[in-house]
Design a protein around this ligand. Structure first.
Ligand SMILES: [Zn+2]
Length: 333
């Protein structure tokens, strides 16, 4: 048995997580050893890198010199060139992050989008263990926005120019509102938590339906979050249940498009909003069954194209860091 260690870094809009990832070459399994959390300095690449360098030096003083590092960034990434093309939450535009980190850290560095790396970690750490022979998977990160990743033939799909998979920007409505990406009517504009919750607040203010939400937010609707909407559903609140039903239906419309394109074996979900899966997943599945080749349906059974499709809710945490480590192992070792 041989054990190797690499660094995994996950740069998000508020926090940067740095971890040591252990790779067991005999079982080909990965494990996150420990994880350090720093504050991301918004708009200041230099200071963020300086903070990373200090933590990496501290880690290397304990583990010995680590020479390979994977980095996930919450941004649109050019995977081939290691460039952060646009990271609205970081205030970074066209930053050659790979070459900057290689210079500062004196390590081999590989960079990818954070949702891609979560996808890679969920695939290796959960899905492959649970279902064994799976080599295609689509993963959605359900949070403030909608991130995505695609596994094809057992590896991440990057497309051309290497920036796949921005699944949150599938168009849902030709006349929809403006999305953060500049397009209109993207799925993120409907089921990104920011927009989904804003729509509910608007309705609560105008129609004033009966719900426990007012009580849960202490009469300040600005306090409404997906977690609170989930807690309302837990109390059996009809209004909250209908909202999760709507969420499932909308997300199901987007997923039926993904199923038609990729025909994956597994659809995986991660991110804070996936906590509420028991309230939206049944409606999501129903919508996918309704939309994927209904002409092939017999009686009430779904089309044979999706009869073996599996839905998986990721259970673990810090998958951005673990996935960054896995990418480093797969690239350099
Ligand atoms: Zn968009």
């Amino acid at each position: 048995m041989s054990t190797k260690y690499v660094l995994g870094i996950d740069i998000g809009g508020t926090e940067t997580k740095i971890g040591v990832v252990k790779y067991d070459t005999s079982t080909k399994s990965y494990a996150l050893q420990e994880c350090f959390i720093l504050t991301t300095v918004k708009g200041n690449v230099g200071l963020t890198i300086e903070n990373i360098r200090r933590t990496v030096n501290e880690i290397c003083s304990r583990y010995g010199k680590l020479t390979h590092c994977g980095v996930g960034v919450a941004a649109l990434i050019n995977f081939r060139d290691g460039v952060v093309v646009n990271g609205p939450n970081l205030g970074w535009v066209n930053i050659n992050l790979r070459s900057k980190l290689e210079q500062e850290l004196k390590l081999n560095v590989i960079i990818d989008n954070d949702a891609n790396l979560s996808t890679l970690a969920i695939y290796h750490h959960e899905v492959k263990k649970k279902y064994k022979k799976v080599d295609s998977m689509v993963c959605l990160t359900l949070g403030t926005g909608i991130g995505g990743g695609i596994i094809l033939n057992g590896d991440l799909f990057h497309g051309n120019p290497y920036s796949a998979a921005e699944l949150g920007h599938i168009t849902m409505n030709i006349d929809g509102g403006i999305c953060g990406c500049g397009n209109t009517g993207c799925i993120e504009r409907y089921v990104g938590a920011r927009w989904f919750i804003a729509e509910i607040i608007k309705e609560l203010k105008i129609d004033k339906p009966k719900t426990v939400i007012y009580e849960l937010v202490e009469n300040n609707l600005n306090n409404l979050t997906p977690k609170i909407l989930y807690l309302a559903a837990e109390k059996g609140d009809k209004y909250a249940l209908v909202q999760w039903q709507r969420y499932g239906k909308l997300l199901g419309i987007g997923i039926s498009t993904l199923v038609n394109i990729f025909s994956p074996e597994v659809i995986a979900f991660t991110g804070g909003v996936s906590l509420a899966h028991k309230y939206f997943l049944p409606y999501l599945k129903k919508e996918v069954e309704r939309r994927v080749w209904p002409v092939l349906r017999k009686k009430n059974n779904p089309s044979p194209l999706i009869k073996d499709l599996k839905y998986h809710i990721a259970a673990g945490q810090n998958y951005g860091v673990l996935g960054a480590g896995i990418l480093a192992v797969r690239t350099f070792l």
